[in-house]
Design a protein around this ligand. Sequence first.
Ligand code: AMP
Ligand code: GLY
Length: 428
Amino acid sequence: MKILVVGSGGREHALCWSLAQTSDTRHTIFCTPGNDGIAQIARTVALGATDVKSLARFAEDERIELTVVGGEASLAAGLADEFAARGLAVAGPNARAAQLESSKAFAKDFMARHGIPTARYRVAEGANDAREILRRGEFGDGEAPVVVKADGLAAGKGVVVARDRAEAEGAISELMEEGKVGDEAARRVVIEEALTGREASLLFWTDGKDYLLMPPARDHKRVGEGDAGANTGGMGAITSPDVLDAETHARCVREIVEPTLAGLDAERLDFRGVVFVGLMLTPDGARVLEYNVRFGDPEAQAILVRLRSDLCAIFYSVARGRLGEARADWTDDSSACVVLASRGYPEKPVTGDSIAGLDAASADPRVQIFHAGTKRDAGGAWLTAGGRVLGVTSTGATLGEALARCYAAASRISWEGMHYRRDIGKFL
Ligand code: AMP
Ligand code: GLY
């Protein structure tokens, strides 16, 4: 089969690897635009992930039989709509269904309509409206923490957990008046009560009717150990039985996964792809923090190394609306992905540094090193080319074993200013 993966990060490398890996048959895998690490296992083609017309034309010309979309920007830009209109099989929701991620107000209203547990919230249409909501003190008195979220896509920079009213006011000004995430994304904001608890990510494939669950994952968004410092795209992720106990897991399926599918169906939202539910495990039960309409990065890396079934068959069934015929079997162990980041990430990543030790680190066949931001120079040497550079990923009978393998491999890699968290998988 000819398969196209759209995107360029560690997640897309893991998707290409898994599509190639779990199948009996030989597939030809293309990745647009991909990166030089991905180019080792797929044919990379320099087309932008949101250039949906060119991507569709490419898919037609190459007779691509299945397209798998990595990131939300492609989906919000209507990639799935364009492909479906041309009769091309695509795993990824259309733009209307992708609003579950591309509009936080849409997602919150959706959850409210379908009784899906989430933080209490209000949608503000402008800065004055937002300030008025704070003044009314609906989410506790003036000093209670609240969360201010830009409505639109903001690459992780649109959410501010404000400890008190002054910080919340500051967030409203920054987001709505000072253009922190661009004017379009923050024309509206969601203001919601701050929840406390551990976080977990529950992902599943769906074709709008059936669903297949993945092992629950946990990611670490802050740059520094002990959850210190700035938010990032994710510094590491794990899967392990400790992420979600069996009873909570069963409740999440009953109270969140199934009502989400029923809601999509009731609203005629044609969702074919991956739903990623970001959860907060509060003392009163699990609450949905957000939906994403795609795999997480680096959750995908940690999840896919445990997949035993054929990923291509699963995605093809998703795209064709026949997920009921597919299965997802997983290894019975734990996994971890540790992200190695470049100097200055996330504020001002420095690129172009030369990476040492990649071959030595790849020697252990149980370790997969997924490339997020690398480049090869003319002589074939590896250079850093992004903020997140590599995702060192492994499985183990226990989480500790998986982590030990990742860290042993990571310790063989180095470049000027490389940094990573040594506490991935620790519950803080
Ligand atoms: P989101 O993009 O909505 O997942 O938000 C990003 C991060 O902000 C989450 O992973 C949480 O750590 C935090 N967050 C979001 N909503 C809330 C909330 N209602 N209470 C506390 N923390 C939150
Ligand atoms: N790791 C979080 C995300 O991909 O949204």
